[in-house]
Design a protein around this ligand. Structure first.
Ligand SMILES: [Zn+2]
Length: 179
């Protein structure tokens, strides 16, 4: 299953799919923001840990839905107003990076996500405390090497195609100027 490393790699692939030029803010700031957005749906693990010492309690509920990706994507696109430390990414980018997490969980794991919440809701079963969650984040992320390599290969091919075929800007969203 994708862990933070895998989700970050997929989020970067999603970002590169519709972002064709570098934007004004620094690359590191953008990268840090992408890491946060790509892993944002798993904030439900932290909520479960803080409130009940069980990371599985609220996992894969409302934060793993289309609605969450839309609302959080909208808020993230306006988060730059909070201070200069937050880069300015447009809504379509923020939405896609967050939604890539939900899709990756759907595709790479057997347990369901609450894609159409509030019309459907699934919760992760079992129990995992602070120790096992931290252990998973650090060590199980190594299992994401395949996803990481796949994402790097995808981004590389994307950049090469754009370099050799400059007129081929897929998709059309990418033609819009970056704010
Ligand atoms: Zn997740």
């Amino acid at each position: 299953m994708p862990f933070p490393l895998g989700h970050t790699a997929i989020g970067l692939a999603a970002y590169n799919t519709i972002q064709t030029s570098s934007h004004g803010s620094s690359r590191w700031k953008a990268l840090a923001f992408i890491v946060v957005l790509a892993n944002l749906p798993d904030i439900d693990v932290i909520a479960g840990l803080v409130l009940n010492a069980n990371g599985n309690l609220y996992h894969r509920g409302p934060t793993h839905s289309l609605i969450f990706a839309i609302v959080a994507g909208y808020l993230a696109a306006h988060a730059w107003r909070l201070g200069p430390f937050i880069p300015r990414l447009r809504f379509s980018l923020c939405f896609l990076i967050i939604f890539s997490h939900v899709l990756a969980d759907m595709v790479f794991t057997a347990s369901p996500v609450s894609l159409l919440w509030p019309f459907e809701v699934y919760w992760s079963i079992g129990s995992s405390g602070w120790g096992s969650v931290i252990h998973s984040v650090i060590f199980s992320s190594l299992q994401d090497v395949g996803i990481l390599l796949g994402s790097i290969a995808y981004i590389y091919v994307l950049l090469m195609v754009r370099k050799w075929l400059p007129d081929l800007r897929v998709p059309a969203l990418a033609r819009r100027r970056i704010r």
